[in-house]
Design a protein around this ligand. Structure first.
Ligand SMILES: C[S@@+](CC[C@H](N)C(=O)[O-])C[C@H]1O[C@@H](n2cnc3c(N)ncnc32)[C@H](O)[C@@H]1O
Length: 255
């Protein structure tokens, strides 16, 4: 633990503490084998996070939490590996694997440094996982290393606009006010807890992804479905129907 980078150690403590609050969502995700994404449950048909040809492919989830995303991919025939920085999150994932009769490696570790050889995977995915909590200058090149030429990386995280408008208080929702500058946006800490997040403007993502060997294929700004609700307080469906609160990047490793 002491030799972990400071942000990884802090995020490990944060997620070990928070894990109990994510058990129910994990159970729902494992039960419901119809993929939907982000805090409003945007249907897979709108986003197409999972490639049509995933069956038989080697895939890794970076920051899997309770690993419901991995369960969806495994059921579609992917050979899954899932890594997470929190043993407590993985404890839920391990129990749910047993309950649902699915078995794939669940690795306790940091997605910035994964103990697999170069070119081990065809597909990498992260939904609010390493793509939000790990340092992009480390996890993006690591994802490129792990993928084979032509392999795809797909990740979902908060939109830039959301990050600029999100109030510091836990119980307040974003308004139409920009609350922080975009220039210099990278490592973000909130006063309400001890975690460390990473948010990049679009130019920063494009430059980092391209410099790491990826071609950007798509950037999808998510639109909440009809009757969308969320238990999260930082945004309302009304806000998220005017401005994107989440975005999905789809990139492919040059080869
Ligand atoms: C919000 S959960 C994401 C999982 C799931 N998709 C979800 O939305 O509940 C965030 C996860 O990222 C993990 N995480 C944070 N930093 C990480 C890192 N450096 N490497 C691997 N996992 C990390 C946390 O431990 C946590 O389980």
């Amino acid at each position: 633990m002491s030799d972990l980078p400071e942000h990884v150690r802090r995020n490990r403590e944060h997620w070990d503490e928070l894990a109990r609050n994510f058990v129910a969502a994990g159970e729902r995700g494992w039960r419901n084998n119809t993929p939907n994404w982000g805090i409003f449950g945007v249907p897979e048909s709108d986003v197409r996070m999972i490639p049509d040809d995933i069956a038989g492919k080697d895939a890794i989830e970076l920051g899997c939490g309770t690993a419901y995303v991995s369960s969806w991919l495994a059921r579609r025939g992917a050979h899954m590996v899932a890594i997470d920085n929190s043993e407590q999150q993985l404890a839920t994932a391990r129990r749910l694997q047993q309950e649902h009769g699915l078995d794939f490696p669940l690795i306790h570790g940091n997605a910035e440094q994964v103990n697999y050889p170069d070119g081990s995977f065809d597909f990498a995915i992260s939904e609010y996982g390493a793509c939000l909590w790990a340092d992009p200058s480390l996890w993006v090149p690591e994802a490129a290393r792990l993928l084979r030429s032509g392999g795809r990386l797909v990740f979902l995280t908060n939109s830039v606009l959301m990050t600029l408008c999100a109030p510091e208080e836990d119980d307040r929702a974003a308004t139409d006010r920009l609350l922080r500058p975009q220039f210099g946006l990278y490592r973000v800490e909130w006063p309400t807890d001890d975690s460390v997040e990473f948010h990049l403007p679009h130019g920063g993502w494009i430059r980092l992804l391209r410099n790491s060997g990826f071609e950007v294929e798509d950037l999808i700004e998510l639109y909440p479905p009809a009757n969308a609700k969320t238990e999260y307080k930082f945004v309302t469906p009304e806000w998220a129907r005017k401005w994107p609160c989440e975005e999905v990047w789809k990139v492919r490793k040059r080869g």
